[in-house]
Design a protein around this ligand. Sequence first.
Ligand SMILES: NC(=O)N[C@@H](CC(=O)O)C(=O)O
Ligand SMILES: [Zn+2]
Ligand SMILES: [Zn+2]
Length: 440
Amino acid sequence: MSADQPGERSGSVLIKGASVLGEQSADVLVVDGAVAEVGKVSKAAAGGAEVIDADGLVLLPGLVDLHTHLREPGREDAETVRTGSAAAAVGGYTAVLAMANTNPVTDTAEAAERVFDLGRQAGLVDVHPVGAVTKGLAGEELAELGLMARSRAGVRVFSDDGKCVADARVMRRALEYVKAFGGVISQHAQEPTLAGPSACCHEGEWSGKLGLPGWPGIAEEVIVARDVMLARHTGSRVHVAHASTAGTVEVLRWAKSQGIQVTAEVTPHHLLLTTDLLAGYDPTYKVNPPLRPTEDVEALRAALADGTIDAVATDHAPHARHDKEHAFGDAAFGMLGLETALGVVATVMVESGAMGWADVARVMATRPAEIAGLTDHGRPVAPGEPANLVLVDPAAPVTVDRDASVSLSRNNPWHGRTLAASVHTTLLRGATTVREGNLA
Ligand SMILES: NC(=O)N[C@@H](CC(=O)O)C(=O)O
Ligand SMILES: [Zn+2]
Ligand SMILES: [Zn+2]
């Protein structure tokens, strides 16, 4: 931990009586940005520490998002590193991976360092830039992968997200290249001859009814199948971004059984929202990959619970009104996710009994940190560990109001829904970034 990291110069904090990972109740003393004690700590022993009464609250490692779109540089009207960081902190996150599809694209060491530095300046979460796989996301020439890896930003995750690395030869080379420094390629799996740029609705009953161009699940599955074979062939690591179909789950299950180095994420919206929401042609529900039918949603939930899918990642994709408020076919793809992800997971997975809070910590903090190579996030709540933590109120349902967001955008598919739990406090290296649900 270097001296200039945000939050480090904080005083001490005593978290009184939190349920650690939803299990035993303990007091957690945080001193100088790290966990100092876990157990029974009296207020007297904690000296002048700020005391947080955590009775009834669940303490988890700070959440880590493998898939965030901040729109800086280029579209600061939709989101900036600062506003996206604020949304992340409010959502219980302490680290986010910022996708490369900005303007200009994050395809050089300088561009990566710029995003990294903007994250430091905002000081609300650790912002780790994702590097582009190919120059300008054009899918042809490899970007400066090695230079980005060796830069101050220490890039380990590479993705052309928004676009698929469709060329198998380019994907093979990228996998070979990042293997040398333990990097990973996060793939937006969309075979472009099966699902082109106008494809905007799951191909099936609803695309027919609505007359919208179909985006079939097979367009995702053939890329996932190809990529796990390339990962096996190269001995390198591939990560499947926003897995959305039951067929993808089958491929993942097989690939993992073979020992292939593949990991995968699912978004909150693919865990709950289904194709029938498109009945009103509301572009809020236009997202890539598209919302899928119930059978897919059920397969994704089961895969998350049994570990076939490693992580929940938001794919937070803010868009300005004038890009989203169009006829369905012309609107931008994407929806907000950072502020609501934990509430959705609590609703879908915890309230239903499919997962406990320790599992939530695994899929929203520990595994994402491991996949991204972050060593100071997603750690156990134990002495000596960095105090990147979130306190969740499991008994405080919240009704989402898109206008209460700290994001600059309003493309929120959860507006008006009641989610089962809320974020109470977020700590970044011991400094309170969020207190009682609001930015500190
Ligand atoms: N998910 C989306 O629908 N949109 C993302 C790009 C992407 O994740 O593919 C965006 O950048 O807006
Ligand atoms: Zn994508
Ligand atoms: Zn994305």
